[in-house]
Design a protein around this ligand. Structure first.
Ligand code: FE
Length: 143
């Protein structure tokens, strides 16, 4: 069932709420996952859906964690976004509707895509384990 704004405010910290629910953008070079090179899975900080694998993460030089492919196309929704006089494609979590970032066409092979993500919209689970529905267990924090 969709959560109300009040429920989201209880679940998320203010920065996560701003990005996920108000389509904010974190400052470049500030995100906790920018330099993370551990193997594992990036999940939605809102609902735990599996979004990206460490195997598709690359250093884009933009200051935001970047991936050339989503882990499961069924878990992300792409939407035209013409805010701020730019024509961009917004990336949302399909399960909870949270704003994750944008996707651009200047990424590396094999896809040519660059999923430009906000660290605070993501959580990280190290290792190759697949997701349970264990949202109560907090992923470990990087700072
Ligand atoms: Fe989500």
């Amino acid at each position: 069932m969709p959560k109300s704004d009040e429920e989201w405010k209880k679940k998320l910290d203010p920065k996560q709420y701003h990005v996920l629910r108000e389509k904010g953008t974190e400052m470049p070079f500030t995100g906790k996952f920018l330099h993370n090179r551990e193997k594992g899975t990036y999940t939605c900080a809102g609902c735990g859906a599996e979004l990206f694998s460490s195997e598709t993460k690359f250093d884009s030089g933009t200051g935001w964690p970047s991936f050339y492919e989503s882990k499961n196309a069924k878990n992300v929704e792409l939407k035209k976004d013409n805010a701020y006089l730019m024509s961009r494609t917004e990336v949302l979590c399909k399960k909870c509707g949270g704003h994750l970032g944008h996707v651009f066409d200047d990424g590396p092979a094999p896809t040519g895509k660059r999923f430009c993500m906000n660290s605070c919209a993501l959580e990280f689970r190290s290792g190759n384990k697949s997701a349970g529905s264990n949202n109560s267990q907090k992923s470990h924090k990087y700072r």
